[in-house]
Design a protein around this ligand. Structure first.
Ligand SMILES: Cc1cc2nc3c(=O)[nH]c(=O)nc-3n(C[C@H](O)[C@H](O)[C@H](O)COP(=O)(O)O)c2cc1C
Length: 149
């Protein structure tokens, strides 16, 4: 069993990372032999989706995959093989932060289709835990519609 824990904060031991580590420890307490890969996105050099559409060319070599060769090239493929993923992000301006947004563009667009029912090209469903941290009260978060974002 393999799980991937992604920290989108620049702070390796900040609030999001601490929550993420709790998730890892919870997993380990139930599955002591679980293989854990923890990734700090800010240590990696990458961009968001470049809109090359190689992943959409049905007879091309990259159909359903992202061809961009940078530091997250392997990770965007590995997340689909994992048994579970957790992603922790600080709230920046009421939303996930930019590094996570760019990562999600890369990881998700290649598996999206324009078929009528939008079926996914992912080989299997992967359970994802999203962890958000922020600096404001629950009431303010509600007023600013954070739960919707
Ligand atoms: C650029 C920036 C924007 C932020 N915007 C918000 C915000 O809109 N709402 C909020 O509640 N906190 C905001 N914060 C505070 C962080 O979300 C909060 O302190 C978070 O827990 C930090 O996580 P970390 O320790 O994992 O980096 C912002 C922080 C930064 C640096």
């Amino acid at each position: 069993m393999k799980i991937i824990a992604i920290n989108a904060s620049p702070r390796k031991n900040g609030n999001s990372a601490k929550m993420l580590d709790s998730w890892i420890n919870g997993y380990k307490s139930v599955y002591p032999d679980v293989e854990v890969e923890r990734v700090d996105l800010y240590t990696l050099k990458y961009t968001g989706c470049r809109s090359c559409f190689s992943c959409k060319r049905k007879n091309g070599p990259f159909y359903g995959t992202c061809p961009v060769k940078d530091d997250i090239h392997d990770l965007v493929a590995e997340v689909y093989d994992a048994d579970a993923i957790a992603i922790a992000s600080p709230t920046y301006f009421g939303n996930i932060n930019g590094m996570l947004h760019s990562f999600l563009e890369r990881a998700m667009f290649s598996k999206n289709t324009y078929h009528m029912n939008h079926e996914s090209l992912a080989p299997k469903p992967v359970p994802v835990t999203m962890i958000y941290t922020c600096n404001c009260t629950p009431e303010l978060a509600e007023n600013f519609h954070y739960p919707n974002h």
